[in-house]
Design a protein around this ligand. Sequence first.
Ligand code: SAM
Length: 287
Amino acid sequence: MSVFTAARPSATLWIVATPIGNLEDIAPRAVRVLRQAAVIAAEDTRHSARLTRPLGIDTPMLSLHEHNEQARTEQLLARLADGDDVALISDAGTPLISDPGFVLVRAVRRAGFPIQSVPGPCAAIAALSIAGLPSDRFVFEGFLPAKATPRAARLAELAAETRTLVFYESSHRIGKCVADMARVFGAERQITLCRELTKLHEQSVSLSAEAIGEWLLADDNHRRGEFVLVVAGAPVRQETTPSLDVDALLAELLAITGTRPAAKIVARLTGMPRNEAYARALEMASH
Ligand code: SAM
């Protein structure tokens, strides 16, 4: 239980998304909320001033980053208790997505203050939306471990994942990361690499893991900037049901229908090739 109670119900923590490159992507509602808040908590206040100053936002800012988030959380809870609206932004994109803010949001929620989002840019979602890979289900993995051994171990854990995978990567490790993916996921695994999204030198290429590695080596500029890797999931394995079950199913079906429809149903239900199911149905029907 928290000692803080809301002085007035309107004291709200606003989680505000900011551009991932192109400053035109700031939402009008984000500008209004940032103007009206009593304080903006920003990962790097000098960096964020480059966004806020030209927009005429003169709300006081204080830093909130991974090294001071706990202490800032106490301060910001006190501000909310005083009735002040607080806005949280990060250097780029949506706060909390591979960025600070979780400690604050959890504490504010536990303390019972309202939290509202002003959604907007997020590199992972922008990349997924242009990757040309299945987007109905996906896994956001964020950054892989920086060191080679834990990175390979994490990739091995993900090798059989059938959903599309989304990774963040920096220019320092992009080459090694793609090489590891080709080794662990297989050279043929499809990857869409998105570089410098929404910026002047934006590029996206969709190739096999091996070919993405070659593309990165082909030009020094290809390894510069910020990256999202959208990786195709592993192929879904069609498990065939043990033959005993197939036989039992066929026996039931053959009692009510012919060999062809029975084989068709068994093939559809078990993943068994239709000609095999038909051969087995013929064999059983002849006994
Ligand atoms: N919170 C941010 C978001 O909503 O996307 C992500 C912050 S995380 C610290 C920074 C990483 O996001 C970069 O290393 C890169 O992987 C990815 N990223 C951010 N902006 C990007 C851009 N314009 N193009 C490609 N990747 C980007």
